[in-house]
Design a protein around this ligand. Structure first.
Ligand code: ZN
Length: 272
């Protein structure tokens, strides 16, 4: 990697850290139905506004020794971790995209516009993962954002993440209908999963959405077996434990952003 290329990733990382501060705001406020614009960031304990110089990603956490300047209440390690994760997403997604390409956009045909859409999509999935894991909620705003990113990518990207608009249109109804029927008849999935699946369908198109869905069930199944085993060992297994499905959809979707197209071709090759 040349110096200029390395510099690009450093700039993207710093840019990501700044977005990470905003992600922290979203993670705190979206599940609580608070405005994401007003008021400015404040300490959740003493409610004092955070000064700009105390709101520098990663650095402020270290300088303040993980405590609020005013009331001394500890600041969760989650804040710098989310900032770091956002930095890694902004630098890492384009780096991986340049090596692997995106779903079935070959590495040689990746443009900065592809990178921007991939960063936006992975960022949304990251927020879904954190918020659904903590609150068992997938905020509508995230599903709407994914829906917008998905359809915008269909209109703008050549080649796109989705095979085309017809595929995205069908994709909106495939997994979401399954979740909807399942949610009504049996339970286990919520309306949040239904709405996220609509956005996923728009982004991926129906063929790759099926790949993402299969992956999410594989990951979710493996995690459920692992989790049940752990609870059995601790003798705490109850009949029903609500486990959010959004995190599995999110992880499977991130894998799909890079590999869904190739996984599908690999799978279909068995039937030739
Ligand atoms: Zn405070």
């Amino acid at each position: 990697m040349g110096l200029m290329a390395a510099l690009k990733y450093v700039v993207l990382f710093v840019f990501g850290l700044v977005f990470g501060s905003f992600f922290n705001v979203l993670i705190y406020r979206l599940p609580r139905d608070l405005s994401i614009i007003f008021p400015r960031s404040y300490c959740p304990h003493c409610k004092k506004p955070i000064r700009w110089y105390d709101n520098i990603p990663l650095l402020s956490y270290v300088i303040l020794k993980a405590k609020c300047r005013f009331c001394g209440v500890p600041i969760s390690i989650r804040y710098p971790l989310v900032e770091l994760a956002a930095g890694l997403i902004f630098a890492g997604v384009p780096l991986l995209g340049s090596l692997w390409g995106y779903t079935y956009v070959p590495a040689g045909q990746v443009t900065p516009i592809h990178d921007a859409f991939a960063i936006a999509a992975v960022s949304i999935f990251f927020l879904v993962l954190v918020i659904d894991f903590e609150h068992q909620i997938i905020p509508d705003q995230l599903s709407i954002a994914l829906f917008a990113v998905g359809w915008l990518s269909v209109l703008v990207l050549r080649p796109g993440f989705s095979p085309g608009w017809a595929s995205s249109l069908i994709g909106m109804f495939v997994l979401s209908a399954f979740f909807f029927v399942f949610a009504l008849a049996i339970g286990g999935f919520g309306m949040g999963d239904v709405k996220l699946a609509i956005g996923m369908g728009a982004l991926f198109g129906w063929q790759q959405l099926l790949v993402a869905a299969m992956l999410s069930f594989l990951i979710g199944g493996a995690a459920a077996v692992f989790f049940a085993g752990y609870l059995l060992l601790r003798r705490r297994l109850k009949a029903r434990i609500p486990i959010p499905f959004g995190p599995y959809l999110a992880v499977a979707s991130v894998v799909s952003v890079f590999f869904a197209g190739r996984l599908m071709q690999w799978y279909l090759a068995f039937f030739k």
